[in-house]
Design a protein around this ligand. Structure first.
Ligand SMILES: Cc1cc2nc3c(=O)[nH]c(=O)nc-3n(C[C@H](O)[C@H](O)[C@H](O)COP(=O)(O)OP(=O)(O)OC[C@H]3O[C@@H](n4cnc5c(N)ncnc54)[C@H](O)[C@@H]3O)c2cc1C
Length: 232
């Protein structure tokens, strides 16, 4: 167990707070991994997992993005926490990592499920390594929910082979991009990548279940091509 410190915080969207955590010395992680905080919940200490949203670095702080869940005890605590604060933490953990890319990549996220994918993309950027053709499909409700939009737009203008495809389920009239749930766009984006790709999906169970079902039964994907991380 580490005594990590909350050293900075900012609001990313109406429902999401980004926390900057200093884990102390000798902390190493691979892009895609998560950490677990011990949080006081109703007089007891409960563990809550959060994916790291920033790229790995030799040492120093990292970021997580926390969705405020209605009636959520852990997320409510992390949204209210004032600086500076000690956060007991374990990790990193998790096997949701970018395999050595051998074919195009489709990334699918909803909500803060975009965090580990951002970490993977920023890790490639800071290593100066361009990925094979890669599409990030990101489903949210409204434009103000589009977390880390400026990072993904920057990468899309820098990397010719990277496409950022946000889709909104409650878009205003002015929105000219994709509409509806992420699941509805998967088949088309798989085809645009040539059909044979690796898929990395992260978010709530419902979305993961639907994307996995679609890939396996309708698009004939082998299970080794589908990498997922579920948040509930
Ligand atoms: C590997 C892993 C990584 C995770 N990474 C992140 C992350 O980067 N950012 C993040 O915000 N969360 C992440 N989570 C979810 C997080 O661990 C908590 O489950 C979440 O913050 C809710 O905890 P809570 O104590 O506030 O809610 P609780 O009091 O435990 O639960 C309240 C209710 O809300 C439901 N619920 C849980 N999560 C959500 C959600 N996101 N949206 C809607 N309903 C929900 C629960 O099923 C429950 O019914 C991750 C989970 C896992 C397993």
């Amino acid at each position: 167990m580490r005594e990590a410190m909350l050293v900075a915080a900012r609001r990313l969207s109406p429902e999401v707070r980004e926390l900057t955590i200093d884990p102390g010395a000798d902390f190493r992680f691979v892009a895609g991994q998560w950490v677990s905080f011990r949080i006081p919940v109703q007089g007891q200490i409960a563990a809550r997992a959060y994916s790291i949203a920033s790229a790995p670095r030799a040492d120093g702080p990292f970021q997580i993005a926390v969705t405020r869940v209605e009636q959520g005890l852990g997320s409510g605590y992390l949204h209210a926490l004032e600086l500076p604060a000690v956060l007991p933490m374990t990790g990193p953990e998790g096997l949701f990592r970018l395999e050595e890319p051998q074919r195009p990549i489709l990334m699918v996220a909803t909500g803060t499920g975009v965090s580990p994918l951002r970490s993977m993309l920023l890790a490639a950027e800071s290593a100066g390594r361009e990925l094979p053709p890669t599409t990030l499909l990101f489903g949210m409700r409204t434009e103000s929910d589009l977390l880390y939009r400026e990072d993904f737009e920057r990468l899309a203008s820098k990397w010719r082979a990277f496409r950022y495809e946000p889709t909104l389920s409650r878009a205003g009239e002015a929105w000219s991009g994709r509409r509806g749930y992420a699941q509805a766009h998967v088949a088309e984006l798989v085809r645009a990548l040539g059909g044979d790709c690796d898929v990395y999906a992260c978010g709530l169970n419902e979305m993961i279940k639907e994307v996995r079902g679609l890939l396996k039964s309708e698009l004939g994907f082998a299970r080794q091509r589908i990498h997922t991380e579920r948040y509930d």
